[in-house]
Design a protein around this ligand. Structure first.
Ligand code: NAP
Ligand code: FER
Length: 340
């Protein structure tokens, strides 16, 4: 094992769209685990849209990163040194690490990774935070009933692709919005969505919805906001539920956008619009992990990961989320099983 660790830190707070100038790679010593901790060599690092919020000053659901601090994120890695009885060297675990080669993690804060269930990187997607978000967001906030039409934006991403499949399992008609034909083909041919709309090659979203969701929309699982959401709001059915999971189209906005507002559309149909945070379901994460793990192990729940190679490319992988470079969950491979 080398003595040198590489870690990405926040070099500057971006205004508007971030670029690689927001990030800096520094070399440090490999940290030593304190009692109760594990030294973990990162195999895969998760990059997620919410990290854009952490680059901003001020409170949100996650603490802001400070300029000069190492960036944090979900990782899957191998225990290389242990100061805890809970794990042995060689175990694969997942937890909150840094954008780096090595991190020390409290053994109480990590979960085991079972490569018999799925490839390790799936523990950052379908079997990680995004999968749990899809599970609770759809079932608890969207509350789909058999026969409902469920529309999902960001449908080919980590959360959206799981939402659509769980909605299908619940007997719903499922329509997804995504940004390339490769993605819409995957949704309909690979994941059995009933219809998928490429919002980058479609001008009239309302007309596209009328064709794809002729009975209107009962559940809208919103990952993106913007004009897609404006259109879906005009097609909501009586008692529709809107689960506001993400608004990635607005994460680089410096000001709250003004109009056009679609709220009058909610009145005649008495729709409810509810924000959701996956962390609110923390006491039930075990239930979600068990169910999602079962579906994945039996092949009933399909998943994809887009892998960018090399820690040095982590900022590009993150920036790619905003241009739609990923299909399924975006991860970065930091090292391989042979330790390289
Ligand atoms: P993701 O969907 O895997 O990746 C982001 C995707 O967003 C991109 O692939 C891109 O796909 C799409 N996108 C980017 N800019 C867009 C725009 N302007 N308009 C429409 N689509 C755009 O990411 P994820 O991790 O699954 O997260 C999805 C959403 O859920 C994010 O908004 C995230 O913040 C939110 N989230 C919320 C919670 C919570 O607890 N509330 C938890 C996890 C995630 P296209 O090619 O289709 O454009
Ligand atoms: C996201 C990922 C996580 C996000 C919110 C969360 C709105 C919330 C996490 C929590 O519950 O603490 O992309 O976007």
């Amino acid at each position: 094992m080398t003595n040198t660790n590489r870690e990405w830190l926040l070099a500057a707070r971006p205004e508007g769209e971030p670029d690689t100038d927001s990030f800096e790679l520094r070399e440090t010593d490999v940290p030593t685990p304190d009692p109760g901790e594990l030294l973990v060599q990162t195999r895969f690092l998760s990059v997620d849209p919410y990290m854009r919020g952490r680059m901003r000053e001020g409170e949100s659901y996650a603490d802001p990163w400070n300029v000069g601090d190492a960036l944090k994120g979900g990782i899957v890695g191998e225990v290389v040194e242990t100061a805890s009885d809970a794990y042995d060297a060689g175990d694969l675990v997942t937890g909150e690490g840094t954008w780096g080669d090595y991190a020390t993690l409290d053994a109480d804060d990590v979960a085991p990774v079972d490569p018999a269930v799925a490839d390790p990187e799936a523990y950052l997607g379908v079997l990680g935070m995004p999968g749990r978000t899809a599970y609770f967001g759809l079932l608890e906030v969207g509350r789909p009933k058999p026969g409902d039409t469920v529309v999902v934006s960001g449908a080919a991403g980590a959360v959206g692709s799981v939402v659509g499949q769980i909605a299908k399992r619940n007997g719903c008609r499922v329509v997804g919005f995504a940004g390339t034909d490769e993605k819409t083909d995957w949704l309909t041919d690979g994941l059995d969505f009933d219809a998928a709309i490429n919002y980058k090659t479609t001008d009239d979203y309302r007309a596209a919805l009328d064709a794809a969701a002729p009975d209107g929309v009962d559940v809208y699982f919103d990952n993106v906001g913007g004009p897609i959401t404006d259109a879906v709001f005009t097609r909501l059915n009586l008692d529709a539920r809107v689960a506001v999971c993400g608004q990635i189209a607005h994460y680089n906005d410096e000001e709250v956008p003004t109009g056009p507002r679609k709220l009058p559309q909610l009145i005649p149909v008495r729709a409810s619009v509810e924000g959701l945070l996956v962390g609110d379901f923390a006491t039930r994460f075990g239930e979600a992990s068990e169910q999602l793990g079962q579906w994945v192990a039996t092949g009933d729940l399909r998943h994809r990961e887009t892998v960018v190679e090399g820690l040095e490319n982590a900022p590009d992988a993150f920036l790619g989320l905003f241009s739609g470079d990923n299909i399924g969950k975006q991860v970065v491979r930091v090292s391989s099983a042979d330790g390289e």
